[in-house]
Design a protein around this ligand. Structure first.
Ligand code: SAM
Length: 243
């Protein structure tokens, strides 16, 4: 997979050089490039923003640097059609399902907004050179799209085939089966008066699986009843436990 990140704060993406994407790069799974959008400006002040048409507070990112950046990065006609991710609080929520979809793409380009956002025509133009995805990290407003690009990249890269030493660890994670993950424990078996649940020490794999399932359902019903019909599942479990 190739990932390009377009930002006016390339240093913000420095963590991408660290362990996770670094590991993916070493394995030859990821070609990651971070670009300073200002290199596609031509005035002395390297301006990327201007006042909004129609008035209002704040500044809007001008279209020209984005257009020039897309021309430079996406011009190779033989290359895979890119998926251009605009990080925005008005986008579709980022979920594990979206991460899986993006992990199947050959080419991702992140457009990190700043100020009041990017001139809409940049998105309209991007749709003519690639697949456009507008993605939100959550229902809150960040100062810029870089943190969202970091989070999305991390969630996507760990799903790349061949990245995880043990792919089974992915299957059991929160959100993979519509449930939050059960609580996990390691050694020692007793710590500061807190015991590991005895079933986990029993060696009885069927009982351990049943306990974990029950914990996952219970946790999901309590914390995120919106995720699945977890409360129904919980009812079902309680009926079976009582029997
Ligand atoms: N005026 C915009 C609005 O109300 O939707 C918010 C602009 S925000 C201050 C600047 C940039 O931060 C956005 O263009 C976007 O790239 C990024 N951003 C802010 N919140 C985000 C979120 N929840 N998810 C993804 N990106 C976000």
């Amino acid at each position: 997979m190739r990932i390009d990140v377009l930002t006016i704060f390339p240093d913000y993406l420095a963590p991408l050089e660290l362990s996770l994407p670094g590991k993916a790069r070493a394995k030859g799974l990821l070609d990651l490039r971070v670009h300073d959008l200002r290199q596609w400006t031509h005035d002395r002040h390297r301006t990327v923003d201007d006042t909004p048409y129609g008035g209002g507070a704040g500044m809007v990112m001008r279209p020209e640097p984005w257009g020039a950046a897309f021309d430079a990065l996406l011009e190779a006609p033989e290359g895979a059609r890119p998926t251009i991710v605009f990080t925005t609080p008005s986008g579709a929520p980022f979920t594990q399902e979206v991460a899986r979809e993006l992990a199947g793409r050959e080419r991702l380009v992140f457009a990190c907004g700043r100020y009041e956002g990017i001139d809409q025509r940049v998105l309209d133009h991007a749709a003519s050179v690639g697949e456009v995805r507008e993605i939100s990290l959550g229902d809150y407003v960040l100062n810029g799209g870089e943190v969202a690009a970091l989070a999305i990249t991390e969630a996507v890269v760990r799903l790349l085939p061949g990245f995880m030493g043990n792919p089974e660890s992915l299957a059991e994670e929160s959100h993979e089966d519509g449930l939050l993950e059960y609580p996990v424990y390691t050694k020692p078996a007793a710590w500061r008066g807190h015991e590991v649940p005895p079933v986990l020490l029993s060696g009885d794999h069927a009982s351990i699986a049943a306990w974990r399932r029950e914990q996952a359902v219970r946790r999901t019903a309590e914390r995120r009843p919106d995720l699945v019909h977890a409360s129904v599942l919980l009812d079902d479990l309680e009926v079976r436990l009582v029997q």
